[in-house]
Design a protein around this ligand. Structure first.
Ligand code: UGC
Ligand code: NI
Length: 160
């Protein structure tokens, strides 16, 4: 199954969370409606990652979710990157037939809503550094990975 990336916009991404971006004029914006912690005992987690770029087309067979917490990715030094998401199927697993692959600009982040199926963090173009914010309790439900049928992600110009 092939996914062709589409531009990351707040509207298109709304069913899956929020697009994060800094104002382009003096001031401060709050983009925090999708931040969620569903466990009173979970603790805030702020981590920083250095990620090597994936080559395209991206081929994968995995998706993941954080059942009880949103997860925010904020670029600190990045090229373009991919936010790949899928709604729940009737069985609660990712419905890859309705998966979406968003191409994020270097100045865009996202917050995946709690329990939103997404692909592990993937950057393209060049190595990138991101901050990641979520809530964790250190238990097995912090991160849930599932196998999905093989899929690939391509840029439009390679879509043929
Ligand atoms: N760092 C980390 O937890 N990443 C995953 O959850 C992911 O979405 O890539
Ligand atoms: Ni995640």
């Amino acid at each position: 199954m092939r996914l062709t990336v589409e531009p990351l916009t707040a509207e298109a991404f709304a069913p899956f969370g929020e697009v994060l971006s800094a104002p382009d004029a003096p001031g401060r914006g709050y983009i925090d409606a999708a931040l969620a912690n569903r466990r009173a005992h979970a603790k805030p987690s702020l981590s920083f990652t250095f990620k090597a770029p994936a080559s395209l087309p991206l081929a994968s067979t995995v998706m993941e979710r954080h059942l009880h917490s949103s997860q925010s990715f904020v670029p600190m030094d990045a090229g373009r990157w991919l936010a790949i998401v899928a709604p729940h199927g009737a069985d609660g697993r990712p419905d890859m037939a309705r998966a979406r692959a968003f191409l994020a600009r270097p100045d865009q982040g996202v917050t995946y809503g709690a329990d939103v199926w997404h692909h592990p963090f993937t950057v393209i173009d060049r190595p990138a550094r991101f901050a990641i914010f979520m809530w964790k309790d250190g238990g097995p439900e912090d991160d849930e990975f599932v196998d999905v049928p093989p899929f690939e992600v391509v840029l439009p110009d390679a879509a043929g």
